[in-house]
Design a protein around this ligand. Structure first.
Ligand code: HEM
Length: 484
């Protein structure tokens, strides 16, 4: 049946009047919206949560949700996820203002499910500046130059042992190897746990379940990912609780690891509570293991795809290997000589943008990039977009470590490189992360030649940090002239 033309045009005219009236009414009833950042709030109540969840479950990764909207709306846009308004910003000026937070207008804020999984006493979550300062100062012992020095040698021992087990002419999955070695390193440093004991395997599985639950829909039903994460957290907390009790009963029986330092208390008798200690040990494992392992995996992939860069890197690393011949494990001094490797690391971190955005909460009404921001909104600094901004990085999609040369005409400014964040919440473990990446790189390029077997760049579903789905499988040939 055909609808007569006059009816059709009056239908369209009526629809147009309704749309215009509703836009005008919304502006009159809610004056704040007029200067609000562009973007869609999606459906009533659920907003754009379904689209966000779809991105998490896709092979393009959860950043794709942000990327699409950034292209559609520009460098500052808003959306609504899990019942809250989220604003994403990607100019370096806004990033500096928000992350340095001199105005005190912002605090750190994660979605509730993450807070429940890592624990409310975690450094990652401390919202009050004073509480954050206290916890951070107590955790600083982990990254003192003495601790980092000891850690480098311990980590090198673990890497040498692991790479020594790889068979010539075989294929290994870099992500699996890196996750295991970074996990062993964190457990050794934090709790004095040695690899190979059965406890480590169950701890590894529990930490993986917690990680996998971080972006899951927060449903507490026994078959859900979130519920499994909460159960795993409970087991980790119980295990840490038992460890703390044993150490209190016989303090001399334990070596000087980080847990022991925390139990001993700081200068002036300041101590963290058991809850603070447990939440922060878990935080360090999660923050330290997954990020660093993902970064190592991307780095190996980028190097495999850029043979010239790999040749320059190998020449530098073989030079260092020869200079230190006969010495056992790498030291902080050795790492300080790895200037090209350091640029490879920076470039890999830029391109991988492991932590793609940094979440904050607006504590007051205010303005960002000329738009009105309301108290209680989530403000996210989109670091990935800054890392790929062609005004800041020439040919941003090209893997080019030399862009970090000191004598570059326009050196890269601190606010353009946000791999470890900026301001008071800068990554606590960045020196450990850099050290792990340098050590892994040194041993890999001096012991093996490799080819990336599967160049697929799909992102792992549900991953909180950007991780390659195939884990980057590489085929290895032992470098017979230069084994350590
Ligand atoms: C390549 C590896 C790593 C990357 C890319 C990375 C990245 C980041 C970033 C971007 C932040 C700041 C987030 C924000 O401002 O919202 C951060 C914070 C943090 N990172 Fe890392 N991280 C890495 C490794 C590590 C390691 C090895 C540890 C510990 C052993 C660690 C512990 C932490 C902690 C505790 C915080 C919270 C700091 C605070 O709020 O004061 N990270 N990390």
């Amino acid at each position: 049946m055909e609808i007569p033309l006059p009816y059709l045009s009056s239908f369209y005219a009526a629809a147009l009047v309704i749309v215009i009236t509703s836009i005008l009414l919304r502006k009159i009833l809610n004056p704040h919206r007029s200067n609000s950042p562009p973007g869609s709030r999606g459906l009533p109540l659920i907003g754009e949560t379904l689209q966000f969840m779809a991105a998490i479950r896709s092979n393009r990764g959860f950043y794709d949700f942000v990327r699409i909207r950034r292209l559609r709306y520009g460098s500052c846009f808003k959306t609504s996820i899990f019942g809250s308004t989220h604003v994403f910003v990607s100019s370096t000026e806004s990033a500096k203002a928000i992350l340095n937070n001199e105005s005190g207008r912002f605090s750190k804020h994660y979605i509730g499910s993450i807070a429940e999984l890592v624990g409310e006493k975690s450094l990652l979550l401390c919202a009050s500046q004073q509480h954050h300062k206290m916890i951070r100062s107590r955790l600083m012992g982990l990254v003192s130059s003495r601790s980092v020095g000891t850690f480098i040698e311990q980590f090198d021992e673990l890497v040498v042992r692991r790479l020594g087990r790889w068979e010539n002419d075989s294929t290994v999955v870099v992500l699996d190897q890196a996750l295991q070695v970074t996990f062993e390193a964190m457990c050794k440093m934090l709790m004095g746990l040695e690899g190979g004991i059965p406890e480590m395997k169950s701890l590894y599985d529990d930490v993986s379940s917690i990680y996998q639950a971080m972006l899951a829909f927060p449903l507490r039903l026994p078959w859900t990912r979130f519920y499994r994460g909460l159960k795993a957290r409970k087991r980790v907390m119980e295990r840490l609780g038992r460890m703390i009790s044993e150490r209190r009963e016989s303090p001399q029986a334990h070596e000087e690891d980080f847990l022991q330092q925390l139990l001993a208390g700081g200068e002036g008798g300041s101590r963290l509570t058991d809850e603070e200690i447990k939440d922060n040990i878990l935080t360090m494992i999660i923050a330290g293991q997954d990020t660093t392992a993902s970064a190592i995996t991307w780095m190996v992939k980028f190097l495999g795809e850029n043979p010239r860069v790999l040749d320059t890197l190998r020449a530098e690393q073989l030079g260092i290997l020869e200079r230190r011949s006969g010495m056992e494990f790498l030291t902080a001094e050795d790492l300080s000589e790895m200037s090209y490797a350091m640029k490879v690391i920076k470039e890999s971190l830029r391109m991988a943008s492991i932590v793609p955005w940094f979440p904050r909460l607006a504590l007051k009404d205010g303005h960002i990039e000329g738009y009105k921001i309301m108290k209680g909104w989530n403000i996210n600094v989109d670091a990935r977009s800054i890392h790929f901004d062609p005004n800041l990085y020439n040919q941003p999609a090209k893997f080019n470590p030399s862009r970090f040369d000191d004598d570059e005409e326009e050196p890269i400014r601190a606010s353009s490189f946000l791999a470890f964040g900026m301001g008071g919440r800068t990554c606590l473990g960045m020196n450990l992360a850099r050290a792990m990446m340098l050590v892994f790189l040194h041993r890999l390029v001096t012991s093996y030649r490799w080819e990336v077997v599967d160049s697929d760049s799909s992102i792992e579903k549900w991953a909180m940090f950007s991780r390659l789905k195939n884990g980057c499988p590489i085929h290895l040939k032992r470098n017979s002239q230069h084994t350590s």
